[in-house]
Write a protein that binds this ligand. Structure first.
Ligand code: BGC
Length: 463
């Protein structure tokens, strides 16, 4: 990343003293080329540990590196009706996919989990989900005597035991249910369906996948070169098509094809301290005030649940040092969570000499800003976003090296990638630099995670 002192908005600060102080606050947010390479090296080491057959090695890694047991991508000749259920944030989705000669017709409906269900026993949340599936079936006027295969996209860190069964390790993002860890997500869903006396159309839950796997499946439906499914939403994770020969966790006899879809489950990368070399005081403070302290280091660096808060902490620091908003700020600015990631994307929507979006955001937080304040706020949003995009791209670069193909498409779903006007550009910048030999394309796979759940149900039901 360009050094702070070379950035136009910083160069324009009139007072030398102020400029120096601003640079001192912000410079740790600048990633050097060396940092990027070190992230890639450390990730490769962590993968080696996670990929080992030795339990002792695996404990040294914060990656799950799970075989998804999904037998492959779509073949293009699928037929029939499938359902997807996508749970990964408070907005969950039910998806219906009807295949005709491999062509998918998709209907998606969104449902909301009331906040109180996120902190109570998991059964409450699953009962609400089961009721919503019934609502969907009714609204869609579905009817069938045969059970409809359903793929459950459950996007929380889980150890995968088979295509259908897994064990939830911990809740992440905004979920803090009092039960769930140690249990099988499909088991919890099936039990909730049973508690309500079944559904008016029988469903057969055939798979549990993560949203990344769903995105990979949906991405490969859109673009045959798609080999990575990535989520950059509230949280982050990736799934990719690994060469089976590189996947050591399974014995050779267990490998049924030369490709294995691997769910990296990388959100906790860095929890063991291996990324401390570039962590800033802002990252540490954000962690200390988060729902899940000392965990999920990687996604806290750029996930949508955190990016805005990271920006806010930087702005508060600049304000407290008298470098922003005349040292005063506003009560709203001082409140945790008052700067959502949508404000970052809003500010980043201003072009180089534009300020209207930024001013709108500042007004909504009762902040009075002069020209230098506006420029500084824009600089901070750009800096934190670019750093986040570089970090996640460095991780993608490692996967691209594993895939080792001349052309690869990365399919991405998630609010940060979808709404942030510059994230795509920042990612391309870094990838072109660190994997110049691979022609990389990045595409948005909107709602891919839920649709992919239904796709996996189709692949899983192949006889
Ligand atoms: C979860 C992952 C998920 C990712 C993206 C993380 O917090 O642990 O399983 O894929 O968020 O939604």
């Amino acid at each position: 990343m360009e050094p702070m002192s070379k950035k136009t908005r910083i160069e324009r600060i009139i007072s030398d003293d102020k400029r120096k102080k601003v640079i001192a606050v912000l410079e740790n947010l600048v990633l050097s080329d060396g940092d990027v390479h070190r992230i890639m090296e450390v990730m490769e080491q962590q993968i080696d540990f996670a990929n080992s057959q030795q339990e002792e090695d695996r404990k040294r890694s914060d990656f799950f590196w799970e075989c998804t047991y999904v037998q492959g991508l779509l073949k293009g000749d699928e037929e029939g009706e499938y359902l997807g259920l996508d749970l990964g944030s408070t907005n969950f989705r039910v998806v219906r996919v009807t295949f005709e000669k491999g062509e998918a017709k998709t209907t998606t409906k969104y449902y909301n989990l009331p906040k109180e269900l996120l902190v109570g026993p998991a059964d409450g949340a699953f009962d609400h989900i089961a009721d919503s599936i019934e609502k969907f079936i009714k609204e869609e006027k579905m009817c069938s005597d045969n059970a409809i295969p359903l793929g459950f996209t459950f996007s929380f860190p889980s150890v995968q035991k088979s295509l259908k069964h897994s064990v939830l390790i911990t809740w992440t993002k905004s979920f803090k249910c009092t039960t769930g860890p140690g249990e099988d997500p499909v088991g919890m869903l099936e039990a909730a369906i049973q508690r309500r006396g079944g559904l008016s159309v029988p469903v057969d839950v055939v798979a549990r996948i993560s949203d990344t796997t769903g995105t990979l499946m949906a991405g490969s439906y859109l673009d045959k070169s798609c080999r990575i499914g990535l989520i950059i939403g509230s949280g982050s994770n990736a799934c990719f098509v690994e060469q089976a020969k590189n996947f050591n966790k399974l014995e050779a006899a267990e490998k049924t094809s030369d490709q294995i879809l691997v769910n990296c489950e990388w959100g906790a990368f860095g929890d063991n301290g291996c990324l401390d070399f570039f962590k800033t005081d802002f990252d540490k403070e954000l962690d200390q005030n988060s729902n899940h302290v000392n965990s999920y280091t990687f996604e806290k660096l750029f996930g949508g649940f955190y990016l805005g808060e990271l920006v806010r902490l930087v702005l508060v620091k600049l304000t407290n040092e008298g470098l922003l908003f005349k040292g005063e700020g506003s009560t709203k600015l001082m409140n945790k969570g008052s700067w959502p990631t949508s404000y970052v994307t809003e500010v980043e929507s201003d072009g180089p000499e534009e300020t209207s979006h930024t001013i709108g955001v500042l007004q909504s937080l009762d902040l009075t800003a002069d020209v230098e304040d506006i420029a500084l706020v824009q600089e901070v949003c750009g800096l934190v976003s670019q750093r986040g995009a570089y970090i996640v791209s460095a991780a993608c670069a490692v996967l691209l090296n594993h895939i080792d193909l001349p052309e690869v498409t990365i399919g991405i779903d998630g609010s940060v990638y979808e709404h942030h006007p510059r994230f795509h550009g920042y990612m391309m910048e870094l990838l072109e630099k660190v994997v110049p030999e691979t022609k990389v394309k990045i595409i948005l796979v909107k709602d891919g995670s839920g649709q992919g759940g239904a796709f996996v149900a189709a692949v899983g039901s192949r006889s």
